[in-house]
Design a protein around this ligand. Structure first.
Ligand code: SF4
Length: 152
């Protein structure tokens, strides 16, 4: 089952002293929310400012303050620095945000968590949505593992 308010990375406690929470600062970047995600949660959303209300059926938002346990943390933030990427042939891949300094080893548990969350979200509709969206500052790193692909 998709966990609405997860995605904390243990290694961030130390790393954030030097990275300064780059993931939570916005210039030309933004958070994407899949179609229905904003409406679906009953958690607080006061910290989320909508900057595009219909982004291929979803939304683009930014954070105006840091979020706390009672606030909704969008799946994009829960997944960071990872996010799915879908190419024009419908191949699902993993992309990573390049401004995050965490290493592959520091991200091992988080990656598992990310894959499990998305395994339940990757419906045909969401795959189509991912095809259209554009994330700033990401690069594609590898294929999506078959064992986490529940959408066939
Ligand atoms: S940029 Fe990376 S290391 Fe820094 S707080 Fe965000 S997720 Fe953690």
């Amino acid at each position: 089952m998709f966990n609405e308010n997860s995605g904390k990375i243990y290694a961030c406690r130390e790393k954030s002293k030097t990275c300064g929470y780059k993931c939570c600062s916005f210039s030309d970047n933004y958070i994407v929310m899949y179609p229905g995600e904003y409406e679906m949660t009953e958690l607080k959303k006061d910290h989320l400012q909508i900057i595009e209300n219909n982004y291929w059926g979803g939304k683009k938002v930014i954070c105006t303050t840091r979020c706390f346990d009672e606030d909704y943390k969008p799946i994009d933030c829960q997944s960071y620095p990872y996010f799915p990427f879908v190419d024009m042939d419908n191949n699902i891949k993993i992309q990573i945000g390049t401004k995050c300094p965490l290493t592959k080893n520091e991200l091992l548990n988080h990656k598992e968590h990310f894959l499990k969350n998305w395994e339940f979200l990757l419906s045909e509709q969401i795959i189509e949505w991912i095809k259209h969206i554009n994330l700033i500052g990401y690069k594609t790193i590898e294929d999506w593992p078959n064992e986490y692909n529940n959408c066939d």
